[in-house]
Design a protein around this ligand. Structure first.
Ligand SMILES: Cc1ncc(C[n+]2csc(CCOP(=O)(O)OP(=O)(O)O)c2C)c(N)n1
Ligand SMILES: [Mg+2]
Length: 352
């Protein structure tokens, strides 16, 4: 609760409003009203954790301590954190290969996540999955999937099980704009709508695939949400750089799914500030565009807005940073001290 010396980082979220093919862009900071309390400091902590975790990943990748591909989520933190802050423990999460942010926002152990990237036996997938395959059944975090759009039917399958078992749980499925030209994307949307599955399709539209802008590869332009009418799926667009707007849009979609209204679709407009992977020279885009988006960096703009609104103090923000920096440094230590998987286990946990 609020006190003069240490303001609470919590306010109430606004009441739900219709977002069928509409936009949800409220910052939430200048609004008041009845609703669920928002822990702003926790939202900041998660975004900052993801950022620092990934900066450490990049550093250790350069040193050759993390191998394979490394796809960073830097710039997109507000999207994953806002969306996942709305879920319950019994909901499922399915992610793509840019999965570190989703995993950490879901509360996967930081040490074990870092160890997975280092390919160590203590990792979330025993060191055999790596960056693209973080996984934790206890947290209902069902990957980390490398095949573009391959995670969509998996999410529909989980949602089908939830429906069949008459739970009111749901599955959220994150995917990128590059998924949308895959056949399985359309097949899954259609079947999920026909069967009214409890699934939230969450498009992280960061404007680029691996090396092409959407404008170059999609006939229908950069907006995907209007096309959801084809499947009869209610859809909303949201500012993916605004954690509170994402949270609010997701809350509304989640409410509808739990009420038995079937699949929902959210398109968050966001941006990755770095290359597709660390092996990407980014020759397909200019730095001007990157700089423009960087000015909206949620890890910087969100705490600034909170301080300005008097919801937190600079000291509180600094305390969070100090704590998180230590957590991340310790996770690197943990990974470095962990053993590699034993060769005798090479065929264990392999299903093909
Ligand atoms: C089926 C398939 N085709 C191609 C690839 C190679 N590939 C990896 S990422 C990627 C681009 C995906 O872009 P998007 O879905 O927008 O996600 P983002 O990287 O922007 O997060 C491609 C083509 C793949 N992994 N799977
Ligand atoms: Mg993309």
């Amino acid at each position: 609760m609020a006190s003069p010396t240490k303001p609470s980082a919590k306010t109430s979220s606004k009441s739900a409003k219709s977002s069928n093919n509409g936009k949800s862009g409220a910052s939430g900071l200048d609004e008041s009203g009845a609703g669920v309390e928002i822990d702003h400091l926790e939202l900041f902590r998660q975004m900052y954790l993801i950022r620092q975790f990934e900066l450490a990943c990049g550093e250790n990748y350069s040193k050759g301590l993390i191998r394979g591909f490394l796809h960073l989520y830097i710039g997109q933190e507000a999207t994953g954190v806002g969306a996942l802050s709305t879920l319950r423990d019994d909901d499922y999460i399915v992610s793509h290969y840019r999965d570190h942010g989703h995993a950490l926002a879901r509360g996967l152990d930081v040490n074990r996540s870092m160890a997975e990237l280092f390919g160590r036996a203590t990792g979330t997938s025993k060191g055999k999955g790596g960056s693209m395959h973080l996984f934790d059944v206890a947290k209902r975090f069902m990957g980390g999937h490398a095949i573009v759009a391959g995670q969509l039917p998996l999410a529909a399958g989980l949602a089908l099980a939830q429906q069949y078992n008459k739970t009111d749980g749901l599955t959220i499925c994150f995917f990128g704009d590059g998924s949308t030209n895959q056949g399985v994307y359309h097949e899954t949307l259609n079947l999920a709508a026909v069967w009214k599955l409890p699934v939230l399709f969450f498009l992280e539209n960061n404007m680029y695939g691996m090396g092409s802008s959407i404008e170059r590869v999609r006939a229908g332009g950069i907006d995907f949400y209007p096309g959801m009418a084809t499947y009869g799926i209610p859809a909303a667009e949201v500012d993916g750089m605004d954690v509170l707007a994402v949270k609010e849009a997701t809350e509304l979609a989640v409410e509808r799914i739990r009420a038995g209204e079937g699949p929902q679709f959210i398109e968050a407009k966001t941006f990755r500030f770095v290359g597709h992977s660390l092996a990407d020279g980014q020759k397909y885009r200019g730095q001007e565009e990157v700089k423009e988006w960087e000015e909206r960096d949620p890890v910087i703009t969100f705490p600034a807005k909170l301080i300005q609104a008097g919801l937190v103090t600079l000291d509180q923000i600094d305390d969070v940073k100090t704590e998180v920096d230590e957590v991340v440094a310790k996770s690197v230590e943990f990974a470095l001290q962990s053993p590699e998987p034993d060769l005798s286990e090479i065929h264990d946990d392999v299903f093909a």
